[in-house]
Design a protein. Structure first.
Ligand code: SF4
Ligand code: SF4
Length: 394
């Protein structure tokens, strides 16, 4: 195996970016499975097809998710890859680790796995790539001892994730880290025991900049916003103007709803509050002069996902404004009602957005008990979900 060449993979080390091939080569010095992985991958590029197959269910005691079974379809050629399972670790909010915690994970993984890790996977988990079935329970036990838990996989709640929020960002309209942590702890059963038609992802972004990409990548996006009006500091507006900023061109003209008016003589900015769609553009451009409003909370969007049964969807607003305080009871209650409806109506491998798409938003809203409001826009600014029950039309 050692003297085999990997010309296709070597190509991927060219260029200025870090290369996963280089990292696998480093792991291959210490680990036989990582060495075989290089050659399996090379074979995949030559054959133009992957050499992994789905096998039986693997996991740890009491959990239905958190481990993804991986098996090579050429185990005779690559015996160390006959089983090469992936372990997902539920990451801390916004990925804040202490170095000693990271060392603990690395030590466990070097001892019991391939040493290859991915920080972080698409859902937000820390991903440990490649171990055998017999090592799964010891890995889980040692991770638990170190204070970590497995993340979600399969048809369950996937590990919730969030943007860095108030830890480092002045735009945060709520505490994304706390919300993510609280919701994760509340829904442990949903996270560890697959019981739904398919997966369900929750992502928390502190404002409409949506650094967690929640609108596109989560079934439920919790995106920070405000109910009142943006706050403008006119002194700072003047400073921006005096320093040469073209406020009309760079800010007002790019406001998507033309909600801003700039008085060139007085160097003052005004907002038509009811026209502001809370897009964050002006705040991003003039962060010292414009701030989110004071009555802060979040919008809840539902249905974002990549192509599966239907094409890719962005999330739709289902609650324009919700306060995110205390123990998040309002959000938790809403999630429970949504899941109950989806559990009864969803088909296997159908994401919540697809179930709503198939059955209809009006039925979903009335059965889950969510009032229809004009902010529920299907395609932004073209097709609002406005409906009335028949008795109200008579
Ligand atoms: Fe800051 Fe908003 Fe990005 Fe969160 S989504 S990190 S609050 S800019
Ligand atoms: Fe316009 Fe967006 Fe600023 Fe609102 S937040 S005033 S919509 S640029």
């Amino acid at each position: 195996m050692t003297d085999k060449k990997t010309p296709q993979l070597d190509e991927l080390e060219n260029g200025k970016w870090p290369s996963f091939v280089t990292e696998i080569k480093k792991a291959a010095v210490k680990n036989e499975a990582s060495k075989e992985l290089l050659h399996l991958l090379e074979k995949s590029y030559v054959d133009k097809r992957g050499h992994w197959k789905h096998g039986g269910i693997v996991g740890v005691k009491g959990y239905g998710g958190g481990v993804i079974g991986r098996y090579s379809d050429v185990p005779e050629e690559f015996p160390h890859l006959a089983a090469f399972h992936t372990v997902r670790i539920n990451a801390p909010s916004a990925w804040f680790y202490k170095t000693d915690s990271l060392r603990k994970i690395c030590d466990i993984w070097e001892k019991r796995g391939s040493g290859l890790m991915n920080f972080h996977g698409a859902t937000g988990d820390a991903i440990l790539l490649g171990t055998v079935t017999d090592e799964l329970q010891p890995i889980f036990d040692e991770l638990s001892e170190a204070g970590f838990d497995l993340g979600g996989s399969g048809s369950d709640l996937r590990s919730p994730s969030c943007c860095v929020g108030p830890a480092r960002c002045e735009h945060a309209c709520y505490d994304t880290l706390d919300a993510c942590y609280n919701i994760t702890n509340e829904f442990q059963d949903e996270l560890h025991r697959p019981m739904w038609p398919y997966k369900f992802k929750i992502k928390f972004s502190g404002c409409a900049n949506d650094c967690a990409a929640a609108i596109a990548r989560s079934d439920c996006a919790v995106i920070g916003t405000w109910r009142d009006t943006i706050v403008i500091n006119q002194e700072e507006v003047k400073t921006y103007a005096d320093n040469g900023m073209d406020i009309q061109a760079e800010v007002c003209d790019l406001c998507p709803t033309h909600a801003l008016k700039f008085d060139h003589n007085k160097k003052e900015l005004a907002v038509i509050s009811e026209d502001c769609s809370r897009c964050m553009h002006c705040i991003n451009e003039m962060p010292k002069a414009i701030f989110p409003g004071k009555e802060r909370g979040a919008s809840i969007l539902l249905g974002g996902k990549s192509t599966i049964v239907q094409s890719a969807f962005m999330g739709w607003v289902i609650v324009p404004f919700i306060k995110l305080e205390g123990d998040y009871e309002e959000l938790k209650d809403l999630l429970r009602r949504i899941w109950e409806w989806w559990d009864e109506n969803g088909k296997t491998r159908e994401r919540i957005g697809e179930t709503i798409y198939r059955i209809g938003m009006s039925k979903f809203l009335s059965e889950v008990g969510i009032p229809a409001v004009p902010q529920m826009v299907f395609r932004p600014r073209s097709n609002p979900y406005v409906f009335w029950p028949e008795e109200e039309l008579k």
